[in-house]
Ligand binder design. Structure first.
Ligand code: AMP
Ligand code: GLY
Length: 422
């Protein structure tokens, strides 16, 4: 089979490495991929959002199956466009991807179907939003409706910060049209859990749970990033919590989407907060998380391509999806300065024996050398019987992967380790 993977980050690298394990796979193409992914797939310089070019390429190359990984092409309808030409895909169509593409949609869906989430108000007018904020409980959370490169959520600790957020999103259009509407919601507290799931619209199969580390600095300080590291499983996500989430959140969500005529097929990501009043949805993503995927897929024991095809064919109920009961830890190595400005173009050296567990996010190949080209450069994952060992092994690998200007957090997994000891 010829496989196409749309996207070019660490998540896509993890998906590609896993798909490669299937013996029927002949070639994998990554659009656009990156300098590191080039070791595992044929990278073609077509942007993940250039839907017409993706469809042309898929037809020309006789692609049998496509995996659309990032949010933007999914929300733009990449799966619909490929399906129209008869190419089977993993990923939701445009109608279902709206669950991530519009926060107003997802909040209203949860309200309509009684799925637990933070209380909220929607505004399409800055003046009204500012008026509401005069008496709203503080802290509060302001969210741009549409996709905003992961930066559209502002936790306002003061009334002034909240007002500034509304002005920058709705009036200064910091995120363009994504900020035409906003959600202002209740500030929740509690441990966060990421649960990625496979769903064919009828059944939902949660993957092993994970914990992201979003802030740039140790002990959750500094700016929000795309994610500086992950561990799986997440110790806060006990069997009891999992059962509650299945009954109150996962099943109601896929049933709600179906009832709305927006059957979701693909990977549905539940961003959860375990509040004192039970688990609540912080956000839905219509795709695999990054860097959650870099710990979740290495723990998958079943064949990924087979599971993905079962999602497409709506036969997930009859397909085994098995995860190892080991622990995984992924440490992201970034460019110093990320998520603000940083220098790039530094040569990366990865020892041969670490290539298998390295997922490259931001690097280019130039004259045979791998050079840094992004904020997040790569992630390195280890699997072990205990979380403590997985962490130790990943940091040992980190020491041996070298490039100038490298930066990483020193405490990935420490919070989980402490929680697990309780
Ligand atoms: P996102 O950019 O959508 O991944 O959200 C970023 C982060 O904002 C989440 O991971 C949470 O830590 C935080 N967040 C979002 N909504 C809330 C909320 N209602 N209460 C507290 N924190 C929140
Ligand atoms: N790691 C969070 C996300 O993929 O949105």
């Amino acid at each position: 089979m010829n496989i196409l993977v749309v996207g070019g980050g660490g998540r896509e690298h993890a998906i590609i490495k896993k798909i490669k394990e299937n013996k029927t796979v002949k070639q994998i193409f990554a659009l656009p991929g990156n300098g590191g992914i080039a070791a595992d797939a044929i990278c073609v310089n077509i942007a993940a959002t250039d839907i017409d070019a993706i469809v042309d390429f898929a037809l020309k190359t006789q692609i049998d199956y496509a995996v659309v990984a990032p949010d933007d092409p999914l929300v733009l309808g990449c799966v619909d466009a490929l399906n129209e030409k008869g190419i089977a895909c993993f990923g939701p169509n445009k109608a279902a991807a709206i669950i991530e593409g519009s926060k107003v949609f997802s909040k209203n869906l949860m309200k309509k179907y009684g799925i637990p989430t933070a209380a909220y108000e929607v505004f399409d007018d800055a003046e009204k939003a500012l008026k509401y904020l005069e008496t709203a409980p503080i802290p509060t959370v302001i969210k741009a409706d549409g996709l905003a490169l992961g930066k559209g959520v502002i936790i306002a600790m003061t009334r002034e910060e909240a007002r500034d957020a509304v002005v920058s999103i709705m009036q200064d259009k910091q995120f363009g049209k994504s900020g035409d509407n906003i959600v202002i919601e209740e500030f929740l507290t509690g441990p966060e859990v990421s649960v990625l799931s496979f769903t064919d619209g009828n059944v939902v199969v949660p993957m092993v749970s994970s914990m992201d580390h979003k802030r740039a600095g140790d002990n959750d300080t500094g700016l929000n990033t795309g994610g500086m590291g992950t561990v799986a499983p997440n110790p806060y996500y006990t069997d009891e919590v999992a059962e509650e989430c299945m009954q109150k959140i996962f099943l109601p969500t896929i049933r709600a989407m179906k009832a709305e005529g927006r059957t979701f097929k693909g990977c549905l990501y539940f961003g959860l907060m375990l509040t004192p009043n039970g688990p609540k949805v912080i956000e839905y993503n219509c795709r695999f998380g990054d860097p959650e995927t870099q710990v979740v897929l290495p723990l998958l024991e079943s064949d990924l391509l087979t599971v993905m095809q079962a999602v497409t064919n709506e036969t997930l109920a009859d397909t085994e999806v098995k995860f190892s009961d080991k622990h995984a830890c992924c440490v992201i190595m970034a460019s110093k300065g990320y998520p603000s400005s940083y220098e790039k173009g530094f040569e990366i050296s990865v020892p041969e024996d670490l290539l298998d567990s390295t997922y490259v996010a931001g690097a280019v190949l130039k004259d045979g050398k791998l050079l840094t080209s992004g904020g997040r450069v790569l992630g390195v994952t280890s699997i072990a019987d205990t979380l403590a060992d997985a962490i130790k092994q990943s940091y040992k690998k980190v020491e041996n992967i070298k490039f100038d200007n490298r930066y990483y957090r020193n405490d990935i997994g420490q919070k989980a380790l402490k929680a697990g000891e309780k």
